[in-house]
Design a binder for this molecule. Structure first.
Ligand SMILES: *Cc1c(COP(=O)(O)O)cnc(C)c1O
Length: 542
């Protein structure tokens, strides 16, 4: 082995070690920590579906609305938590929990979180955060650098400038998307002559002043539902988030996008923003960002990229190219609590132009005074924790090459799993992995052959039964609690765009090894045989 290879191997091993939990001390808190991090089995077992009238057993435990009149010892309460809450929580850190974007955390997060909570800094203003404010600004600078790769002079000039922001730290992708579109909206409908800008005069007067019949946000059908929430709170209206069809690779159809843009312009509806998705929630695909940037330029509108989940791919020199064109976006959303392995409550948006946030600037007398460096003057949220510290620490402890390994591992594991599914006669891959996410379903070989030779009604009938079978398997697997995949519905081109129920797998846990993936398939085959209705019905179809 060469020296560099040895180093790479050592780094990989230590990376795996950071996801393995050291022995917990013998105290209740220690035991709770151990439970949280080590109970890898039965994370969803005995899951009882909520019925309309009766409360589930778990709901029974939390059904008192009266506030306790007698105090309780902390140690007793800890035991109570252990019994009622911890033991009934979902063990998202399990290597066989591969259904969602919420995954394992490195062990160092737990002690660092205690430090962060203990210091209880409030990032809304410098008076309650001191060094935490420049620290958060540095984190935003690093993330801006990850996306836009500007030079030292650029960051020297803007990182700590009071009237500028390279981005905004917030609680997650939803608030990040709202913030990005808020900035876009206020810059579009800005102060102009007599008109004092939308921030002061509101949407009605703004549209009147500028003479628009309405505003629209354009995104592919795979766009995240948070964009609709954004359109709702920003007064644009959910129906004006226009979903554009996708191609057979689940990417936005640019021809249809241009047609829609022309149609809207003809109706005098101004396009507020074109939104590209870098890593869709359901299939993990990336829109053609360079083409979207061209189209946004053509229609002179804001270009936002929702890279809440996929943004961390930029850490990988090997796979960074998958997101090419992202550097042309006016704003980019990235969730640190997804592929950056930071606990929930860590999202951010970065802006290409550090001056663009002036459009959402707010001031108050006792804080956020003009010219102050209070972060609260450019954020939607008010009081905010020092969460950025956990991103800061992770960037230092894991470092860029460490993140690259985690990202590459996930992508390559998804490629491996896709191969496994393709080679197996009884499974059908439903979407090719581009990042570390894929979808598939169980279809016995005989039925696959039948499907390939039918169309129309019979095909629809078979797919309907397969949907039922997929749902049956997914629920059973969740209840068994040994492994977990999620399910979703996607349009599949080879079935005439019919909406098909599929298993959805996110391979984000570095401890998910290959044998787990084979076991997941084996378990699904076994569970399928337990279906007393759908599988037999399918097998008699000729
Ligand atoms: C997760 C996600 C969001 C929403 O982020 P939250 O952190 O859940 O608010 C938005 N867009 C995409 C593409 C996502 O994957």
């Amino acid at each position: 082995m060469t020296a560099t290879k040895r180093t790479a191997q050592a780094t990989r091993e230590s990376l795996h070690r950071i996801f393995t939990i050291p022995e917990a001390p013998n105290s209740t808190i220690g035991r709770i920590e151990q439970q949280i991090s080590q109970n890898l089995m039965g994370f969803l077992g005995n899951h009882i579906a909520a019925s309309e009238n009766a409360l589930t057993d778990i709901e029974q435990d939390f059904s008192q609305a009266s506030i306790p009149e007698t105090p309780m010892f902390v140690s007793d309460h800890m035991q109570h938590l252990l019994d009622k809450l911890v033991s009934q929580s979902v063990h998202t850190s399990s290597p066989s929990f591969i259904g969602h974007m919420t995954s394992a955390l490195p062990y160092f997060i737990l002690p660092l979180s205690k430090l962060m909570v203990g210091l209880n800094q409030n990032l809304v203003k410098v008076e309650t955060s001191k060094a935490f404010t420049p620290m958060e600004r540095q984190v935003l600078g690093m993330m801006h650098n990850l996306v836009y790769q500007q030079n030292d002079k650029f960051y020297g000039q803007w990182l700590h400038s009071a009237a500028h922001s390279l981005g905004a730290f917030c609680s997650g992708g939803t608030v990040a998307n709202i913030t990005a579109l808020w900035v876009a909206r206020n810059n579009l409908l800005k102060e102009n002559g007599e008109f004092k800008g939308i921030a002061r005069e509101g949407l009605f007067k703004a549209l009147n002043h500028y003479g628009y019949n309405g505003l629209a946000i354009l995104v592919s059908k795979r766009g995240h539902y948070s964009l609709k929430k954004a359109a709702d709170v920003l007064g644009i209206g959910q129906d004006n988030v226009i979903a554009i069809d996708t191609d057979e690779h689940q990417k936005i159809d640019c021809k249809k996008l241009i047609e829609k843009c022309q149609q809207l312009s003809a109706q005098n509806i101004k396009i507020l923003s074109i939104v590209g998705v870098a890593g869709t929630t359901e299939t993990g695909n990336v829109d053609p960002l360079n083409q979207l940037a061209d189209i946004a330029e053509q229609f002179s509108c804001h270009f936002h990229v929702d890279a809440a989940w996929g943004g961390a791919t930029l850490f990988s020199n090997k796979y960074r190219y998958l997101l090419k064109g992202i550097e042309r976006a006016d704003s980019v959303t990235i969730d640190a609590h997804k592929q950056m392995y930071v606990p929930m409550g860590a999202g951010l948006v970065v802006f290409k132009d550090p001056a663009s946030v002036a459009a959402i600037e707010h001031h108050a007398e006792y804080i956020l005074r003009k010219g102050s460096k209070d972060l609260g003057s450019h954020t939607l949220e008010g009081s905010r924790s020092g969460m950025a510290m956990l991103v800061y620490s992770s960037l230092h402890i894991i470092s860029r090459p460490g993140y690259e390994m985690l990202i590459n591992d996930g992508i390559e594991k998804a490629q491996y799993f896709a191969k496994l599914i393709n080679q197996h006669p009884d499974f059908e891959l439903m979407s090719e992995p581009e990042l570390c996410l894929l979808t598939y379903r169980y279809v016995p070989e005989k039925i696959q052959r039948l499907l390939a030779n039918t169309n129309g009604e019979q095909q629809a009938e078979i797919n309907h039964l397969l949907d039922k079978l997929t749902q049956f398997i997914q629920k059973r697997q969740r209840e068994n609690g040994k492994s977990f995949v999620s399910r979703t519905r996607i349009e599949v081109a080879r079935y005439g765009g019919a909406k098909i129920l599929v298993f959805r797998v996110v391979l984000a846990n570095p401890l998910t090894h290959k044998a787990i993936l084979s076991d997941v398939l084996e378990e699904q085959i076994t569970l399928a045989q337990e279906s007393e209705t759908f599988l037999p019905k399918l097998l008699v179809i000729q």
